[in-house]
Structures are given as C-alpha cells and as structure tokens.
Design a protein around this ligand. Structure first.
Ligand SMILES: NC(=O)c1ccc[n+]([C@@H]2O[C@H](COP(=O)([O-])OP(=O)(O)OC[C@H]3O[C@@H](n4cnc5c(N)ncnc54)[C@H](OP(=O)(O)O)[C@@H]3O)[C@@H](O)[C@H]2O)c1
Length: 252
C-alpha cells in the first residue's frame, strides 16, 4: 500500500520527531502546523529523502482543514496514516483562577481540531482500507486527575473515548485507531503551558529523565507499522522515573 502520513503539529515536539521517524522509513509526508517557517525548515531537511508536502494549518478552523485536505497534490492525497498530534495545555493554575478563553482554546484545539481533521480524512482512510490508521495523541492526563489539569485532562479523556468509539464504527473498514497516551515528555509543551516560562520548563524536566519526543515518535511509528490485522487500542507510555502519587487530603 501507499505509505503517506498526515501529521498535525509537525512544527515541534512529537509531531516533528514523527516527521523524522516516518521519513527515515521512506514514508511520504504531509506536514502541517501554524508556523510556516518551521514547516519550511522541516521540508528542507527531509525532502531529499522522501516526498514532503507542507501546509500551514490551524486545526481549529474546520473550513481550512477541509480546504487543505481537498487541495492535497495527487501524490499525497491517498493518506494512509493520520497522526492527530496538534494540541496544547494552557493555564496550569487551579481551575478557579484561569481564564475562560484558555479553556476554550484547549477545547477548540484538542477536541474540535482533532475532530475536524479526523472527519475530513475519514473517507480517504476508509478508501485505503486495511493497514491504514488514525493515531490520536492523548495523554496520561486523561486518567490521572491532578491539580491544574482541569480542562486539559478532560480534552484528553475525550480523545481516549473518541478513539474507542471510532473503532466501533470503523469495524469492517480495516482502518485502525489508537490513542497514544504519553506521560512526562520534554518538548515545548511546558513553555506553551506556562506562557514561555523557561524556569518552569527547566524545573519540570530537570534532575530526572523524561521521555524525549523521539521516544514517543518511535511508539507512534511502531503502531502505524504493525501488521494490518493488529490494532493497539491505547498505548500509555511514561518515563521509568515517573509514577502516580497519593491522594491529597484537606485537613484542619
Ligand atoms: N509533552 C508532554 O509531556 C505531552 C504528554 C502527553 C501528551 N502530549 C500531547 O502531545 C501533543 C504534542 O505536544 P508536544 O509535547 O509535542 O508539544 P509542542 O512541542 O508544544 O508541540 C505542539 C504542536 O501542536 C501544534 N499546534 C498547537 N496548536 C495548534 C493549532 N491550533 N493548529 C495546528 N497545530 C497546532 C504546534 O504547532 P504550531 O504552534 O506551529 O501550530 C506544535 O507543532 C499534544 O497533543 C499534547 O497535548 C504532550
């Protein structure tokens, strides 16, 4: 079959690492994100090895998503793997102190954005049939409540359940669906979450061994290249040096 990956949020972190990993294996790539300069850099870096198409795309805009997908050049149109990776956390403060705008931005990106891209690419993926896949990037935050997780974790719980539910409807089409749920991983995630606080980034990832973007990309690539009859429903991956904590108790 064709091997064409459509990656959202390819300008940084897991998405960019996926672009490199899939390119290493010879896949054609459709790379999307909002930062055009970074898309251009990535195309420059990879296009000697594999065919690369880039498109500036804000996944929150359903019309733009559809336009980008409708305008895919013929050589990139038959997408076989969608990596729904674009996403973000904002506002690590307690729920009662965060702005409603930040909540909406997370829902618009992590939920509506992922749904927009999935809806637009479903007919293509079903046409490709057996061996094609939708890989949604969820998070351990979908299951582990923690302070400051409020809407972010809830959006990732949506990703988990949407992935499971999609599997039910896609039964018989050959299209696989996976929710990849990473734990602590060093990317630009914390800089985005804290509005550019380098100290917060260094504190969170310092003196420990977080996952790297390449670790997660390797898992995504693994899921995408399993035999066509194998579906990993959910893959939760944490660094060895991360685990869950005790319940918090309010005392007098
Ligand atoms: N790092 C972690 O610890 C961790 C753990 C679990 C899950 N995750 C999830 O992993 C995914 C990737 O995050 P990351 O850690 O790689 O963070 P990152 O380095 O900040 O990358 C996030 C990517 O999402 C893109 N993006 C954000 N908003 C977008 C929008 N409206 N439209 C299109 N693209 C958008 C960004 O590109 P542009 O800004 O160029 O648009 C960027 O390429 C996210 O879904 C995140 O929730 C991260």
């Amino acid at each position: 079959m064709n091997r064409i990956a459509f990656i959202t949020g390819a300008t940084s972190g897991f998405g960019r690492a996926c672009a490199h990993r899939f390119a290493e294996a010879g896949w054609s790539l459709v790379l999307t994100g909002r930062r055009e300069e970074r898309l251009n850099e990535l195309r420059e870096a990879l296009q000697d090895r594999v065919p690369v198409h880039t498109a500036v795309l804000d996944v929150r805009d359903a019309d733009e998503v559809k336009a980008v997908i409708d305008a895919l050049p013929e050589a990139f149109a038959a997408v076989t793997c969608l990596v729904n990776n674009a996403g973000l956390a904002l506002a690590p403060q307690p729920a009662q102190r965060v702005s409603l705008d930040d909540w909406h931005t997370m829902i618009d990106t992590n939920v509506s954005g992922l749904v927009n891209v999935t809806h637009a690419l479903l007919p293509t993926l079903i046409d490709q049939g057996a061996g094609s896949s939708i890989i949604n990037v969820g998070s351990v935050a979908a299951d582990a409540p923690y302070p400051g997780n409020h809407v972010y974790g809830a959006t990732k719980a949506f990703v988990r359940q949407f992935s499971y539910n999609l599997r039910c409807d896609l039964l018989g089409t050959g299209v696989r669906v996976t929710d990849i749920a990473p734990g602590l991983a060093e990317t630009e995630f914390t800089l985005v979450r804290t509005g550019g606080d380098r100290g917060a980034h260094d504190t969170l990832y310092g003196d420990t061994t977080p996952l790297g973007a390449e670790d997660v990309a390797e898992q995504i690539f693994h899921v995408a290249t399993l035999p066509a009859h194998v579906n990993i429903n959910r893959l939760e991956v944490m660094p060895v040096r991360q685990a869950w904590g005790p319940f918090a108790i309010d005392r007098d």
